[in-house]
Ligand binder design. Structure first.
Ligand SMILES: [Zn+2]
Length: 232
C-alpha cells in the first residue's frame, strides 16, 4: 500500500505531528512510521499495565483517598467509657434452675393473715385466670346470692367475682372462695357483709352439688352403665 505525499501529510496533521512543509515523500513516510511505532509501543505498554500478565480484563478499582478510620476510643469516647464501666460491674449470679422464667410462686399465708405484698407493686396473688370462668360455669350465669340471671346484652347486670374470704384476709383465689354475684348483691355484700349470707354462700361453694366437676363425674358414671358397682 502506497500513500501519496498529501495523504501522509493529512494523516500526520490528524495525529498532531509537526512536520516541515518542505519534507520529501520519504522523510514523511519515515516520520509516519516512527509515529505509528511509538503509538504502538504506547498502546502495548499501556495495555500491559492495565490488563496484567494473563491478559484478563480487570475491573479498575477506584482508589480510596479516604483516611483510615480513627480508633473507636477516639470516635465514641463516652460509649467506650460506659462499656468499660459495665464490664467492671459484677455479673449477677444466674440461677440455672430456670425459676426466673417461671411464674412466681406465692406462699400461702397462715389462715387469717394477709398475703404478702410485693414491693414492686405487682399482683401479690398468684391468680389463675380460669377461676372466675369456672365460677361462671358453675353458677350458670346467674347470681349466686339472689339467683337473678345475667343479661348478656345488658352490661349493668354483668356478674362480678366476689371473694367470700377476702384475699386481704388470707382468702384464697379458688373456685371454693369465689362466687359470681350480680352488681346489686356485690355492692350489698361489700358494704354490709351479713354473716348469714356469707355462710350460705360458703356452704354453696363447698357443697358437692355445687362442684363444677360434678357434671363431668356424672356423665362418666352414666356411660359405664346403670349399676357400675354390681358388674363382674
Ligand atoms: Zn344477686
Amino acid at each position: 500500500m502506497t500513500l501519496s505525499k498529501l495523504e501522509i501529510q493529512q494523516m500526520l496533521r490528524e495525529m498532531n505531528v509537526k512536520f516541515d512543509a518542505d519534507e520529501t515523500h520519504e522523510e514523511l513516510k519515515q516520520r509516519l512510521q516512527k509515529e505509528n511505532h511509538s503509538l504502538w509501543l504506547k498502546s502495548v505498554s499501556g495495555s500491559q499495565a492495565d490488563d496484567g500478565r494473563d491478559g484478563r480484563i480487570r475491573v479498575r478499582k477506584r482508589k480510596r483517598s479516604v483516611d483510615p478510620p480513627e480508633p473507636l476510643e477516639k470516635r465514641f469516647p463516652e460509649r467506650i467509657a460506659t462499656a468499660e464501666k459495665s464490664a467492671r460491674l459484677p455479673v449477677p449470679p444466674r440461677n440455672n434452675t430456670g425459676t426466673a422464667l417461671r411464674a412466681r410462686t406465692v406462699e400461702k399465708p397462715e389462715p387469717g393473715k394477709p398475703w404478702k405484698t410485693v414491693a414492686d407493686g405487682t399482683q401479690p396473688f398468684n391468680r389463675k385466670k380460669n377461676v372466675f370462668k369456672s365460677v361462671l360455669r358453675r353458677c350458670g350465669m346467674c347470681c349466686e346470692a339472689c339467683g337473678k340471671p345475667a343479661d348478656k346484652a345488658d352490661p349493668s347486670t354483668e356478674l362480678r367475682p366476689f371473694y367470700i374470704d377476702p384475699l386481704s384476709q388470707g382468702g384464697e383465689h379458688s373456685v371454693k372462695n369465689m362466687v359470681a354475684l350480680c352488681p346489686a348483691c356485690c355492692e350489698r355484700l361489700e358494704n354490709d357483709p351479713s354473716p348469714k349470707l356469707i355462710k350460705e354462700l360458703r356452704r354453696k361453694t363447698r357443697s358437692k352439688l355445687y362442684d363444677s366437676l360434678q357434671v363431668i363425674r356424672k356423665t362418666t358414671v352414666r356411660s359405664r352403665g346403670p349399676f357400675p358397682g354390681r358388674r363382674k
